[in-house]
Design a protein around this ligand. Structure first.
Ligand SMILES: [Cu+2]
Length: 130
């Protein structure tokens, strides 16, 4: 009988100590979160405005570094066009802005993804990530 009570007391005491310790570690961990800046600042932010007309993108080539945050705004100056960036699975609808991280290096075609007339197939640009 006495042994059983002693065991119970030890178990309760031990769990209280563990709980107290766990709480202390949690608050410490939260304070260290600001130390992760290095991984987020590997790239710069690059902003582009691409103007679409019948049937041309201007500029037709955009160049960024791998790891950059890329912001692209599509402005339809003539007609209605959308941009699909091949290999990045990104679509920019008319007069929309998208932001993504250029995490893959290479050359990626971007095309108009809505049929817009006779010159539709000529609407090809290139995103270069180096
Ligand atoms: Cu088109």
């Amino acid at each position: 009988m006495k042994k059983w009570m002693l065991t119970l007391c030890l178990a309760v005491c031990a769990s209280m100590i563990l709980t107290a310790c766990g709480g202390g570690n949690d608050s410490k961990g939260g304070g260290n979160a600001s130390g992760s800046d290095a991984s987020a600042s590997t790239g710069e932010k690059k902003t582009f405005t691409i103007k679409a007309t019948n049937w041309n993108f201007e500029p037709a080539e955009i160049r960024v570094n791998q790891g950059d945050t890329v912001e692209i705004k599509l402005v339809n100056e003539e007609g209605y066009h959308e941009i699909e960036i091949k290999g990045y699975n990104k679509t920019i609808k008319g007069d929309q802005t998208i932001t993504f991280t250029a995490d893959k290096a290479g050359e990626f075609d971007f095309i108009c993804s809505v049929f817009c007339g006779t010159g539709h197939d000529d609407m090809i640009g290139k995103l270069i990530v180096e």
